[in-house]
Design a protein around this ligand. Structure first.
Ligand SMILES: *Cc1c(COP(=O)(O)O)cnc(C)c1O
Length: 498
């Protein structure tokens, strides 16, 4: 197997190269040249394995240039250490017959991004070694909250790497800020910038693509790489949990032979739901892919009409990790649905950057309608969903998961589809305690996030993740903030470059 670019099918590189490079020079994303298949019995057999063992089997299908030993070491380092607060890594909870919640947030930062970012550093350092690159790798991240912390936890003290995260000073939740300012590790840097997320993102991109900076880094034996969600090394780990979840449902009798499970995913950059699509192509018994958005519903409109139009109002919502108007990973889906037509992909994404809009061909519209269903929830619908799940099942969901719950309710009401369902749960409710408490009708004033967590514990009975409660007593290490023009100096200072 090899990897090619969505904008140039002629490119032929190994998975190690795809992971180290991140994005193709032509602006395209790397995709495997064929989707590996697993038979139903092969999938079902994963249900007898623990998570790391099952993950090894799925990874082996995609990382064909890695040895079994290399895959095993990466998987073990990511999922067998104490980073996850549940032995199973993921938890599949059945709220009632056929209604399953897939909890993906038991990792060190309490969001599903840990599933990929706990293993990416190991995949990356292994790839660097395999390719004989003898440079230190510097990861630069601009974050609106969850990605930055998950990347910091993944890369902290990873040999041969440095990581620097920029976040908007007033653009992340109190808990997220605390998570980042108390970050431990010898190779980490965290820096607030006086600006918004776009400023942070633009600044990082500028540093990343500046040839003078690259040269100066190279003189010092350093190269940049990226940990954002277009890296194949972040997508592959997400395919694993969909295949494993199907295996578990098949094994416990919830998914009889011949039946399919619908999957609902709270979506932003389209990475998580794309992984479910790949799992389906591999042979996992997945039916409809239900894309759930918040008021930033550019994907709802696109999947329904075939018109992608980012020229619209941007909303700041209570599910901030889905406040996105450009869903980068959509490009991979459209590449596959167009019959791997690289020229066509190049054309529509050029149109997107020029006009903010494109409309896909009729054959692609047809495929989208067959594969997907899409809807969205406003903030008030999201809060209603939190309350409804709690009242019906005594189960507490975070604001992002609640968007998926609300959208599934609309889907069930509007269709005849009564197949079993997996709702992806992407964050712990303790990460967004203010909004969750409000949704549950608890309006008591709290002095800080920890008091809110205690109140939420009293109401929900759900254990507070240790990684969050421990933040209270951790020293604040990174309290500084810089002007957005000073980001490059911050990079040089972390890397001790003059
Ligand atoms: C990142 C994130 C999402 C969106 O996932 P995508 O892969 O970007 O679609 C949803 N929920 C939470 C909590 C997240 O952190």
């Amino acid at each position: 197997m090899y990897y090619k670019s969505t904008r140039n099918s002629e490119i032929k590189i190994s998975s190690a190269e795809a992971i180290v490079t991140g994005i193709s020079r032509d602006g395209g994303l790397f995709v495997p040249n064929e989707i590996p298949k697993m038979s139903l019995s092969e999938i079902k057999a994963l249900g007898d394995l623990d998570y790391p063992e099952a993950a090894e089997r799925v990874f082996a299908k995609y990382l064909t240039d890695f040895s079994d030993e290399e895959i095993k070491n990466c998987v073990k380092s990511a999922y067998s250490s104490c980073g996850f607060e549940t032995e199973n890594v993921i938890e599949l909870k059945e709220l009632r017959k056929g209604l399953n919640i897939l909890e993906l947030w038991h990792g060190p930062t309490c969001a599903f991004k840990d599933m990929a970012l706990q293993i990416l550093p190991h995949l990356l350092t292994t790839s660097v070694k395999k390719l004989g690159v003898d440079k230190k790798v510097c990861i630069l991240v601009a974050t609106s909250g969850d990605t930055g912390k998950a990347a910091l936890e993944g890369f902290k003290d990873a040999p041969g790497t440095e990581i620097l995260v920029f976040y908007p000073e007033n653009g992340v939740s109190a808990m997220q800020k605390l998570q980042m300012t108390t970050q431990e590790g010898e190779n980490v840097g965290v820096c607030a910038i006086k600006g918004n997320f776009d400023d942070a993102q633009t600044g990082v991109k500028k540093i990343f693509t500046d040839p003078d900076v690259a040269e100066k880094l190279a003189e010092n034996g350093i190269m940049f790489s990226s940990a954002n969600s277009i890296n194949w090394g972040r997508l592959a780990p997400q395919i694993v949990y969909y295949v494993v979840s199907c295996a578990k449902l098949m094994k416990n009798g919830s998914l009889p032979d011949g039946e399919k499970v619908a999957v609902v995913v709270p979506t932003g950059n389209f990475g998580n739901i794309l992984a479910a699509y790949y799992a389906k192509l591999m042979g996992a018994p997945i039916g409809k892919l239900i894309c759930a958005s918040n008021s930033n519903n550019v994907l709802t409109d696109f999947l329904r009409t075939g018109v992608y139009d980012r020229n619209r109002k941007f909303y700041t919502t209570i599910s901030p990790s889905m406040d996105i108007l450009i869903s980068s990973n959509l490009e991979r889906l459209l590449y596959h649905l167009s019959g791997e037509d690289d020229a066509y992909i190049k054309e529509i994404f050029a149109e997107l950057s020029a006009t903010g809009r494109f409309e896909v061909r009729d054959d692609i519209k047809k495929s989208l309608a067959e594969l997907f269903s899409a809807d969205f929830c406003t903030d008030s619908e999201t809060k209603c969903a939190i309350k409804a799940v709690f009242d019906s099942f005594g189960y507490t969901v975070d604001t992002h998961t609640a968007v998926a719950v609300g959208v599934y309710g609309k889907y069930a009401a509007a269709t005849e589809d009564r197949s079993p369902v997996i709702i992806a749960s992407t964050a712990s409710p303790y990460k967004f305690p203010a909004a969750v408490l409000e949704a549950l009708g608890d309006t008591e004033r709290c002095s800080d996030e920890f008091e809110m967590a205690d109140r939420l514990y009293k109401i929900s009975g759900l254990d507070i993740p240790k990684s969050l409660s421990q933040l209270k007593n951790k020293p604040r290490r990174f309290m500084g903030s810089v002007e957005k023009e000073a980001m490059l100096e911050a990079v040089y200072s972390l890397l001790k470059i003059k």
